[in-house]
Design a protein around this ligand. Structure first.
Ligand code: AMP
Ligand code: MG
Length: 417
């Protein structure tokens, strides 16, 4: 008899195996969503010159003293206007101003820029309708980033704004932790490709698509190795191929106790080492996890919901860890049951739920039939509510539970969080 382990224990065993795959200098845009493997220092002051934050007139702030709508100050226009990318021809003299565009360098002696909207040109003079403070509308050299600053820290996840910062620092290659490459194999004599006509006894291969989509959502490179029949010989071939190309291999189906469930024995026969088989949970009880050298192999129970839930609760956190991410799990919220839920107190139950914000807080309700073959129960879900084995029995209406958020808030109100 194989000992069934608890969800937390299974998660710990898996995460303990999560070692970095290595680091790489990645083209800047490909680094989005990865984690920095080094501190990013600046070689420059940013901006590298004092410049105008507005289209308007460069002035000496003291020359605008007392200017207001009913009493404009008159300043002489001096020299050519300064466009972005041009250098000023001369310093500003007392009582003078020069037209300047956003991003253009500030001329000498100039201590402020008056917005165009607060000026009017008459003859060769400019009427200034607003008194300026020193420094107004000037962006000073190094005010954003100073040369030598540590701008982004090692271990930081890269978001779109970081890409912008990296670009402004001139980093076309970004040092990041390499994400793992993941292989997907579907098993089952009844499983057919998605372009096949459905007949009695046939099931279209949805698992390799939902898994590929879950990986794609994470920005992970994957290979789909197709469908393999429930024959050890065929399985061996595909598994070998997958192990030679991938850091993590995901097999779906064939891990239960059926007469044709050969995945575990095939892997053991190839020399893989068993870490655990069977977790005290629903769905996904026959979850299998093995190592093969530095490769990690999941045998995911074939039911379409089990596959996706096991990916969320076990595979995704492992990939996140390997990528150096500090947030391994989906964000969670505490929410209350909108109705009674069936729950056997002896195992963890992952319920697919819809979230709704009510006046007195956030509530979850069932997506409908919860069978592990009901894939639409997953498609409707905003999140996965966890009723663990410490819960004595059915979950009564109003009871609080932790809900893992599968979708970014939108319909799920932010106030839930
Ligand atoms: P198994 O884990 O092999 O016993 O399969 C459990 C259930 O999942 C069976 O009803 C299978 O037909 C179904 N199943 C297995 N593999 C797939 C797949 N790739 N896509 C959709 N359903 C599958
Ligand atoms: Mg099968």
């Amino acid at each position: 008899m194989v000992k069934m382990i608890a969800v937390k224990e299974a998660q710990n065993k898996i995460l303990n195996m999560g070692k970095m795959v290595g680091t790489a200098k990645v083209p800047i845009l490909d680094s989005l969503g990865l984690v920095l493997a080094e501190d990013i220092m600046s070689d420059d002051d940013i901006p590298v010159y004092d410049n105008s934050a507005m289209d308007g007139f460069a002035v000496r702030a003291e020359d605008t003293k007392g200017a207001e709508q009913s009493h404009p100050v008159r300043l002489n226009i001096m020299g050519k206007d300064i466009a972005a990318g041009k250098m000023p021809e001369q310093d500003i003299e007392q009582g003078c101003c020069v037209p300047i565009m956003t991003g253009a360098p500030i001329p000498g002696n100039c201590t402020a820029v008056v917005m165009k909207e607060d000026t009017k040109i008459t003859d060769s003079k400019t009427l200034i309708y607003k008194q300026c403070e020193k420094g107004e509308n000037i962006r000073y050299r190094g005010e954003d980033i100073k040369k030598g600053d540590k701008v982004l820290k090692k271990g930081k996840k890269i978001y779109p704004a970081d890409i912008g910062v990296l670009a402004s620092l001139g980093k076309d290659l970004v040092p990041a932790y390499k994400p793992p490459v993941v292989g997907i194999i579907s098993t089952g004599d009844e499983v057919v490709s998605i372009d096949s006509k459905l007949e009695a006894g046939r099931v279209r291969d949805s698992n390799s698509y939902s898994l590929a989509a879950q990986l794609k959502e994470m920005g992970i490179t994957y290979f789909r190795y197709g469908i393999v029949k429930d024959r050890k010989r065929f399985m061996e071939e595909k598994i070998r191929e997958g192990l030679s190309q991938c850091n993590i291999l995901l097999l779906s189906g064939g891990v239960s106790v059926g007469d044709y469930d050969y995945v575990k024995d095939t892997l053991l026969g190839l020399g893989a080492e068993l870490v655990f088989w069977k977790v005290n949970q629903k769905p996904g009880k026959p979850l299998l996890f093995l190592t093969y050298g530095d490769r990690l192999v999941f045998g995911l129970p074939g039911n379409p919901v089990s596959v996706m839930v096991c990916f969320e609760m076990y595979v995704r956190p492992l990939i996140k860890k390997i990528m150096g991410d500090s947030e391994l799990f989906r964000p969670t919220i505490r929410a209350r049951a909108a109705h009674d839920f069936k729950h056997k107190g002896d195992r963890t139950n992952f319920a697919r739920v819809i979230l709704a914000q009510k006046e007195d807080g956030c509530y979850f309700s069932s997506t409908g039939m919860q069978g592990s073959g009901i894939l639409t129960s997953m498609a409707k879900a905003d999140g996965i509510a966890v009723f663990d084995e410490t819960e004595a029995g059915n979950i009564k209406k109003g009871r609080e539970a932790e809900v893992y958020l599968l979708k970014t808030p939108g319909r799920i109100q932010c106030s839930c969080r």
